[in-house]
Ligand binder design. Structure first.
Ligand SMILES: *Cc1c(COP(=O)(O)O)cnc(C)c1O
Length: 405
């Protein structure tokens, strides 16, 4: 990989990427394609990328969340600010662009979540047909709603995830449909730009730690690859330590990391309310293990209660995110408690999706109706219930005088 970059001057490239922020070219306005030098597999004279102005996501200070985790400060790189409100857009713009360059007219994936929402949007923008396969009776309505709105053909199949995956592979081959599942290498390439933009925003100051939630482990693989490439380019001198956080009952990667040897043992029935990381057999575990180990990073797991509380704290910062994203703050809190991360260290967490992706979770937590998959109620420690009041100025005044934050 480094060979493609041997003639590139690191300082020149940094300057070029900064200058592109002043441009009106749609490619320069994209927080993915602005960094196209690290996406060298598209012939830009022949093919115009399919962009919806993805990336360009903010790096946000969150003092209240830092205090909660026991840190002096923490920053959130919020990928929920993307066009379809998750980091999947960083990869999908590249995956769909590649499909278009190959002359494909149809793209497909198996997903009930953010992948299908993102694929549907980019396929629509490219004038392609999006085909989404979902397991029957296992539908996440919030995210599926986006896919329907963007015009994706949605097929509900009476079979489990693995059976559907094998079915989709056969159909894709017969009908020349391009598959955009999480092993698609171009999606991973696009997701590299999350790390690049993050460092660009920090004027190339490398944090001590970068923390991500882990499901299929594509995002951590992309992050590690990006950092290695930036180092090969001479754009950074050292790499941050990488942390993956999983939900307690969907944590095969944490189990493998703790065991320290052998292969990943899939979790038969993964469970968590953080549906984006409810994955029992993550495809990208070998790459992910390599990246975490090489960075002298760690893998942590957190409970449903910890995820829910961390999410409410992120909300109180005025930021908000979906449950999977909040696993990062919960994981940081544990690692500070254990002494793995120290109070003064420079920590960036990637918030992967928007708070409105899962409004049922939010409403449940704040009105004390949220149940964990094991049936137990989640304690709404930071709950914020609506208050029923009579139509009476005096009573409302009295209530508001005594309610101070
Ligand atoms: C896809 C997704 C994840 C998990 O990312 P992986 O690359 O599968 O590890 C986490 N959070 C959100 C919101 C997601 O959409």
């Amino acid at each position: 990989m480094a060979n493609e970059f041997t003639n590139v001057d690191a300082e020149q490239l940094k300057h070029c990427w900064t200058q592109r922020r002043l441009s009106r070219d749609p490619l320069d306005l994209s927080g993915v394609w602005r960094y196209r030098e690290i996406l060298p597999f598209i012939d830009y004279r022949q093919h115009t990328p399919i962009t919806l102005r993805e990336g360009n996501t903010p790096l946000l200070e969150a003092p209240h969340a830092a205090t909660y985790a026991g840190l002096e400060r923490v920053e959130f790189k919020h990928q929920g600010y993307n066009p379809t409100a998750s980091f999947k857009d960083n990869g999908m713009t590249v995956g769909v662009t590649k499909a278009a360059a190959l002359g494909m007219k149809r793209v497909a994936c198996v997903s009930t979540g953010n992948t299908s929402a993102s694929m549907a949007a980019y396929a629509a923008a490219a004038g392609m047909q999006a085909i989404i396969f979902i397991p029957h009776g296992n539908i996440a309505y919030g995210k599926l709603a986006q896919a329907l709105e963007y015009g994706a053909v949605t097929l509900q199949i009476k079979a489990n995830f693995d059976q559907i995956l094998s079915l989709v592979r056969q159909v894709a081959e017969r009908l020349k449909i391009y598959l955009l599942n999480s092993i698609n290498p171009f999606r991973i390439e696009g997701q590299k730009t999350i790390a690049v933009e993050l460092l660009d925003q920090r004027a190339w100051k490398v944090p001590d730690w970068i923390v991500v939630p882990g499901g299929n482990l594509g995002n951590i693989s992309a992050l590690g690859k990006a950092l290695r490439e930036l180092r090969a380019l001479g754009m950074i001198e050292n790499c941050p330590r990488l942390v993956v956080v999983q939900a307690e009952c969907s944590a095969p990667f944490e189990e493998l990391f703790t065991r320290g040897i052998g292969a990943l043992k899939p979790v038969e029935k993964p469970e968590t309310l953080a549906t984006a990381i409810r994955i029992g057999d993550p495809v990208s575990w070998p790459k992910a293990l390599q990246e975490v180990t090489d960075s002298t990073g760690v893998v942590e797991k957190v409970t449903e209660q910890e995820i829910a509380d961390a999410k409410a704290i992120i909300g109180r910062c005025g930021i908000g995110c979906e449950p999977a994203s909040a696993a990062t703050l919960a994981g940081i809190r544990r690692l500070v408690e254990k002494g793995t991360i120290s109070k003064k260290e420079d920590v960036v967490a990637i918030l992967t999706g928007h708070v409105l992706k899962d409004p049922d979770f939010v409403h449940g937590y704040h009105t004390t109706g949220l149940r964990a998959p094991n049936g137990e109620f989640i304690n709404s420690r930071f709950g914020n219930k609506p208050v029923v009041m009579p139509n009476d100025v005096e009573e409302i005044e009295a209530f508001l005088r005594q309610s101070t934050r």
